[in-house]
Design a protein. Structure first.
Length: 232
């Protein structure tokens, strides 16, 4: 638990646990179905392993998460109390989409974007066999400029080094534009028309690629007039 507010208000008591840095984002990943430590780390790439371990211990101690050793691994799952946070987390996300202004440059993370895309692949929409999508973000630092999604009807994987397979579709994108598509601020058609995202490959794969990903829940959130400006 975090520092006490020393108030009997239930909101204050809940926030003693939940407003510590990264805590609700760990819950977000657990809601999304991540159950193993390394999978949680991939969804929280800027969180240190030490802090992730500490937050998981706190959530277990508070009764929000079950820790279950299984063979050589440990599985983390939300308890009924933890699952009750799902509509709260989703409501916070919807509020953020509606009212937070434009993202700062430091908020744009290609690793997090590709991991999020990977876990929202619509496997039923993929071609038979293996399809590799190569991503290039020309304006980001060279170390995080190139990414690959290796997709099959059964599984998906993200690679930050060339997996050695033939690439079916090459995506060259402005990172902000592709994040905007993912959040529902812009459409695939709009960014392709503007040239902020370009696809190279066989026509049938280029046409099909947007349909390989499930629509994010934020797409349907009505937009307000952002009243809060994030830090640069």
């Amino acid at each position: 638990m975090g520092a006490s507010y020393y108030q009997f208000c239930p909101v204050a008591k809940a926030m003693e646990l939940l407003d510590e840095r990264w805590t609700l984002l760990v819950v977000r990943e657990l809601i999304a179905g991540r159950q193993h430590f390394n999978d949680l780390r991939r969804g929280l790439p800027r969180m240190s392993p030490t802090l992730l371990s500490k937050r998981l211990q706190q959530l277990v101690a508070a009764g929000l998460v079950d820790r279950r050793p299984e063979g050589g691994e440990v599985r983390y799952q939300l308890t009924p109390a933890g699952r009750e946070l799902e509509p709260i987390v989703r409501a916070i996300g919807a509020w953020g989409v509606r009212w937070i202004g434009e993202l700062g440059d430091r908020d744009l993370d290609p690793k997090l974007l590709l991991w999020d895309m990977r876990r929202n692949v619509d496997h039923s929409a993929l071609p038979a066999g293996r399809t590799v999508v190569g991503f290039r973000f020309p304006a980001v630092p060279p170390a995080v400029r190139h990414w690959w999604l290796v997709l099959t009807p059964a599984e998906a994987d993200v690679c930050d080094a060339d997996p050695g397979h033939e690439v079916g579709v090459h995506v060259t994108a402005d990172l902000r534009a592709l994040v905007d598509v993912w959040l529902g601020n812009r459409t695939w058609a709009a960014v392709l028309r503007s040239g902020d995202v370009a696809l190279d490959g066989p026509a049938e794969l280029r046409r099909a690629l947007p349909g390989w990903f499930k629509e994010m829940g934020w797409v349907s959130v009505p937009r307000g007039t952002p009243s809060l400006v994030p830090a640069p």
